[in-house]
Write a protein that binds this ligand. Structure first.
Ligand code: MAN
Length: 360
């Protein structure tokens, strides 16, 4: 938020849909009996056969009994779901963050996420599939799969997601040409890395992607660019945008979904969080032929948590996106509000570009 002469002036450019939230946890049937869907959020978005498809992140848990917290993991050896139940009175329980608890020194996520399709002919009324499209598989996904990003390249869609396990968070990927089967490509970038958005065109013959390693000790939570000949092997990495001290994107930044080709450059909508975990959206403009070069960046957020479900949710003060569809100057951003709901907002691409500041 900008403050001029004591009058707050909001830089927010989002035209939020009046029917928000578009999808709520109660709209999504749980994947197994005795479980409940706590959050549906952070969808990938794409067009297919005249419809808008969303690939939802569905976060579920075993329904807790009285005075209980629950978690579930996929056993790396047997692939069976293991339910964990801990009494809230247990002195060995540490539970200060809604997303995670520790019991006897072992960390658990409070939800297990899978990916689920939802379809719409108007982009706002969605029908949610009764079954998951993709679930955690193998030892690198024991804590679930999260935040899918969808890119259209040639005749198929590439999907990346955060693969979460006791080994850390890395980037899992797969491809589909019909949205009924997913061909898995394995973990394409190892921990700790997430927010992987693949460009929808090759650049000088190579695939390109934005991604977000996390530094422990030295380094930070910045946006990187990498290249690949085959989508599986990634290299030629460059750190292209860093967090900005004292700014709305001070603590961590990460790409939304596929950068949008504009005459001025690749427009990348990204999320930034400050030290208080307040998540906003901004824009980065990258050179069309050399996307290592950042041409412009939003000084202020193009969207910030302002409305009810954005301010109070599973995690409060969060707008987060990893999916959009483009129609001329209009980009419809599907976003997670408060890490609990799916919402949408329209932006004028020209207005986003106008508000960005050229890099010196
Ligand atoms: C991280 C991820 C996202 C989540 C945001 C905000 O970036 O876990 O899934 O939406 O934090 O909590």
């Amino acid at each position: 938020m900008l403050v001029t002469s004591g009058i707050p002036r909001v830089s927010d450019l989002a035209h939020r849909h009046p029917r928000n939230p578009l999808i709520r946890p109660e709209d999504v049937p749980p994947s197994r009996p005795g479980w409940e869907v706590l959050c549906v959020f952070n969808p990938g978005a794409f067009r297919h056969e005249g419809r808008i498809g969303l690939l939802l992140r569905v976060a579920e848990r075993p329904i807790p009994g009285p005075d209980e917290v629950t978690a579930a993991i996929v056993d790396p050896l047997t692939q069976q779901i293991v339910e964990i139940r801990v009494k809230t009175s247990d002195p060995d329980l540490v539970h200060t963050d809604p997303r995670i608890f520790h019991h006897r020194g072992v960390g658990y996520l409070t939800t297990l996420s899978h990916l689920r399709l939802a379809w719409s002919t108007d982009g706002t009324h969605f029908t949610v599939d009764p079954q998951p499209f993709a679930e955690a598989v193998g030892p690198l996904e024991g804590f679930g799969i999260e935040d899918p990003r969808v890119s259209r390249i040639d005749d198929r869609w590439l999907v990346t997601w955060s693969a979460v396990s006791a080994c850390g968070v890395g980037v899992g990927a797969g491809e589909t040409s019909d949205w009924s089967t997913l061909r898995r490509l394995g973990m394409i970038i190892p921990p700790h890395n997430k927010d992987c958005a693949i460009f929808e065109e090759r650049i000088h013959g190579r695939y390109a992607a934005l991604h977000r390693p996390s530094g422990h000790g030295l380094g930070g939570n910045d946006i990187w660019l990498g290249y690949s000949p085959d989508l599986v092997h990634w290299g030629d990495h460059h750190c292209i945008a860093r967090t900005r001290p004292g700014s709305w994107d001070h603590a961590r930044i990460g790409a939304g979904c596929a950068p949008i080709r504009t005459a001025a450059g690749w427009l990348c909508i990204y999320h930034g969080a400050n030290a208080a975990n307040r998540y906003c959206l901004g824009g980065l403009l990258l050179d069309l032929t050399d996307p290592r070069r950042v041409l412009a960046r939003s000084a202020e957020p193009i969207m910030e948590p302002l409305s009810g479900v954005e301010l109070e949710g599973f995690l409060s003060n969060v707008v987060f996106t990893n999916g959009h569809v483009v129609d001329g100057d209009c980009v419809t951003v599907y976003y997670g509000a408060g890490d609990r709901y799916v919402c949408s907002a329209e932006f004028s691409i020209a207005a986003i570009l106008d508000q960005m500041e050229p890099m010196a």
